[in-house]
Design a protein around this ligand. Structure first.
Ligand SMILES: Cc1cc2nc3c(=O)[nH]c(=O)nc-3n(C[C@H](O)[C@H](O)[C@H](O)COP(=O)(O)OP(=O)(O)OC[C@H]3O[C@@H](n4cnc5c(N)ncnc54)[C@H](O)[C@@H]3O)c2cc1C
Ligand code: SF4
Length: 488
């Protein structure tokens, strides 16, 4: 375990950020790493409690007390080995995970939890710096061919696991570069894209083939792929965006976040983009939607040089403390303030947009809102009610819609005859990730709906186990922990 008295001796410490006025001048990551001695002290805070609830808090089942202890002892290579035994890409989660493990940390009951995510990031960065992350090609090939469609975290995790099991894996991606939302959704200031490229280099050396610019269902039908491969794993994400069907939503200046953010990431990367330039420069920006995507729109608009940035959230403002009814170790729905929120956005809660107003040329000029409240009746779902007389008009020349996604595209599902679930995701059970068509599996956001990177990696790993078992009759690829999922 960490140091027996560590949790009493050391306070929680996490990475700091560069000052706002500096970091908004560019799109680079701006965290200020902890010193090695500080990281060891953070590892020492882990109590190695009898039942480490952080294990179940982490969707990957990361062996957190074990790598915390290794870090405390300065055994970084050992820590990297432990970490990679459950997580293919800790450099993504160490930067971007909301860290449900920390909400489940036992120390968090009455103290600040262990800074698990920062420790994770530093383990993997130390491992890359020291050349410990090397290609791990399989010692022999099985002769089975697997197509993975989509190269987000789910596709990448699936591909790496199946390649390690000896199968020939080809990843098909319709975008020009690999990474899914890691590449084209999440801005560089949260994760610079060389972090993806560094890992891809290793994966290519392991023998995984990547085909970019191939839109499956369009450039090649899923039925053709089915004939050419022994198994297909769909990892295409939940890409259908939620719209805001209110009057004026077709005005010039009402823009989907997932048009705005990918274009900016392409610009930062020097990749040509299609369509008109979308810029927030000098504009009064209103970001509608208070989640991760909304937060990324705020940071990007501020870096563009927006005149002002306001963020609307339909839910009431949360408390900073755990709400009653969401006790430890569960994930609490509380107020979360991102680094982008701190860069100069005004946040407005319990607000709903009624309509957009434009000028005679069809340009967005303002929008009208009402305050809302959620009325709860015992035993029933909360109902949204408008507050009478609360209408307000806001000047606005760029409204960014960050309202989430409604599910998976259906082209491939139609071609293969796949069943969808009631939430428009491709239907497959978490017990085996199999669709209704033999040999076709699905993982990540395309199965579970809009979610998190850590879940995408977790589903990719789990699906890989079941694909391997389907192809070989049994699988030695690890499943998450032991217990609730049946072994094949
Ligand atoms: C703006 C934004 C910010 C986010 N920030 C965070 C965050 O900070 N932390 C976090 O944990 N999560 C975050 N998320 C959520 C996270 O990015 C997703 O949950 C995760 O990327 C899902 O992984 P995936 O592999 O299932 O799908 P995706 O990452 O969506 O990848 C799917 C890939 O499949 C490709 N594809 C789809 N259909 C086809 C086809 N027919 N042929 C070929 N290719 C195809 C797509 O082009 C895409 O590259 C964010 C999401 C967004 C939109
Ligand atoms: S992947 Fe996320 S939940 Fe798991 S240990 Fe890392 S930060 Fe925690």
């Amino acid at each position: 375990m960490g140091k027996i008295t560590g949790f009493m001796e050391f306070d929680r410490k996490v990475e700091g950020y560069a000052p706002v006025e500096e970091r908004i001048k560019n799109y680079k990551e701006f965290t200020e790493p902890l010193k090695e001695s500080e990281l060891k002290n953070q590892g020492a805070r882990c109590m190695d409690c009898g039942i480490p609830f952080c294990h179940s808090g982490c969707p990957l089942g990361n062996l957190i007390p074990d790598f915390n202890d290794a870090v405390y002892q300065g055994k970084w290579q050992k820590a990297a080995k432990i970490l990679h035994s459950t997580n293919n890409f800790p450099e993504f989660t160490g930067r971007l995970c909301p860290a449900p493990c920390e909400e489940a940390c036992v120390l968090g009951i009455n103290e600040d939890p262990v800074s698990i995510e920062n420790i994770e990031k530093n383990i993997v960065e130390t491992a890359f710096k020291n050349g410990w992350i090397q290609p791990e090609p399989p010692s022999k090939r099985t002769g089975k061919k697997v197509a993975v469609i989509g190269s987000g975290p789910a596709g990448l995790a699936t591909a790496q696991q199946l390649n390690r099991a000896g199968h020939e894996v080809t990843v098909f991606e319709r975008d020009e570069k690999i990474g899914g939302l890691l590449r084209y959704g999440i801005p560089d200031f949260k994760m610079e894209k060389n972090v993806i490229d560094r890992r891809l280099k290793v994966m290519k050396k392991e023998g995984i083939e990547f085909k970019t610019g191939v839109h499956v269902g369009v450039d090649v039908t899923a039925t053709e792929l089915k004939q050419d491969f022994d198994a297909i794993v769909l990892c295409g994400g939940a890409t259908v965006r939620r719209g805001l069907p209110i009057p004026g939503s077709d005005l010039k200046g009402v823009v989907q976040a997932m048009d705005f953010l990918p274009q900016n990431n392409r610009k930062v990367d020097g990749i040509p983009y299609k369509g008109e330039e979308l810029t927030a420069k000098g504009k009064k920006v209103i970001v509608i939607g208070g989640g991760d995507t909304g937060s990324d729109c705020i940071g990007t608009s501020i870096r563009h040089g927006a005149a002002s940035v306001t963020n609307f959230e339909i839910m009431p403002m949360g408390t900073t403390e755990r709400p009653e009814g969401q006790p430890w170790p569960f994930w609490p729905m509380r107020l979360r303030t991102s680094s982008s929120h701190k860069e100069g956005a005004e946040r407005v809660f319990s607000i709903s947009t009624k309509h957009f107003n434009g000028d005679k040329d069809g340009n967005l000029k303002s929008l009208v809102t009402v305050q809302v409240e959620w009325v709860t009746t015992p035993g029933q779902r909360p109902i949204l009610k408008e507050v009478a007389g609360s209408e307000k008009e806001w000047d606005c020349d760029l409204a960014l819609l960050a309202l989430g996604f409604t599910g998976s595209e259906t082209t491939i599902a139609d071609q293969l005859g796949l069943e969808m679930d009631p939430r428009t995701n491709i239907k497959a059970s978490v017990a085996n990730y199999k669709t209704n068509v033999p040999g076709v599996f699905v993982a990540g956001d395309q199965r579970r709906g809009q979610s998190l990177i850590v879940w995408a990696i977790s589903e990719g790993r789990q699906a890989a186990h079941h694909v391997d078992a389907y192809l070989m009759g049994q699988s030695y690829l690890p499943l998450k922990g032991e217990g609730d999922l049946p072994r094949v």
